[in-house]
Design a binder for this molecule. Structure first.
Ligand code: URA
Length: 235
């Protein structure tokens, strides 16, 4: 007769965030064992491209849902098929996504799966060869972006060497130049480097940051450690 060993009950994952305390504008996903298992798959160098796509998409959907939790709602009363009334809430305001090219584009599908027919803009920021600072190369936004809440998408907060997180900082600057108030921007990423978060939140404390995991830091090649390597290359 087959015997089975008892399965221990699920335990909450220990909070492995490398930043304590978190800046008040930073929110991590609940660090459950389930989430940690998803990250373990996408971090492993043995993971196939197919699995990387599948499991990183699962994390992206969780991040988008968490981002939406930070949008305002208004009271809304509906009648149910039973004839009863239900006093609930409805979404207030319009949203759009803006992906930081190129890696941020990989998060667009996850946003579309959660928010049907969402408008999505794009922004390309690269290092200026002369100044070594992040420079805007291209942007395309919905024409009414100034009246929308913006979900800014970039998988890794560590890009831009001077300062670390410089690409995301530049993206916020460009969005604000286009009329989007700082407090209407929600920045979503899978993994953050603490120095990137510190620089970003120091410059734009009203932007909410939704991050899946905060890692140890950066290596000399500006990769997040332990990280997952080059996100764009692995998709
Ligand atoms: N971008 C990546 O794809 N990986 C990193 O570790 C840092 C930035």
């Amino acid at each position: 007769m087959a015997t089975s060993s008892p399965v221990p009950p699920p335990q909450p994952a220990t909070n492995k965030s490398q930043m304590n305390p978190l800046p008040p504008s930073v929110f991590t996903l609940p660090q459950t064992a389930q989430l940690e298992a998803l990250y373990t798959i996408i971090r492993s160098k043995e993971t196939s491209r197919g699995d990387f796509l599948f499991y990183s998409d699962r994390i992206i959907r969780l991040l988008v849902e968490e981002g939406l939790n930070h949008l305002p709602v208004v009271k809304k009363v509906v009648e149910t098929p039973t004839g009863a009334t239900y006093e609930g809430v409805g979404f207030e305001g319009k949203i759009c996504g803006v992906s930081i090219l190129r890696a941020g584009e990989a998060m667009e599908a996850g946003l579309r799966e959660v928010c049907r027919s969402v408008r999505i803009g794009k922004i390309l920021i690269q290092r200026d060869e002369e100044t070594a600072l992040p420079k805007l190369f291209y942007s395309k936004f919905p024409q009414d972006i100034a009246s929308r809440y913006v979900l800014l998408l970039d998988p890794m907060l560590g890009k831009g060497r001077v300062p670390t997180g410089g690409s995301a900082i530049k993206a916020i600057e460009v969005l604000m130049e286009n009329g989007v108030p700082e407090e209407r921007i929600i920045f979503i990423n899978l993994i953050s480097a603490p120095e990137g978060l510190r620089n970003f939140c120091g410059k734009y404390p009203l932007v909410k940051v939704i991050t899946g995991w905060i890692d140890q830091g950066l290596n000399e090649k500006a990769y997040i450690i332990p990280g997952l390597g080059d996100f764009g290359e692995r998709r």
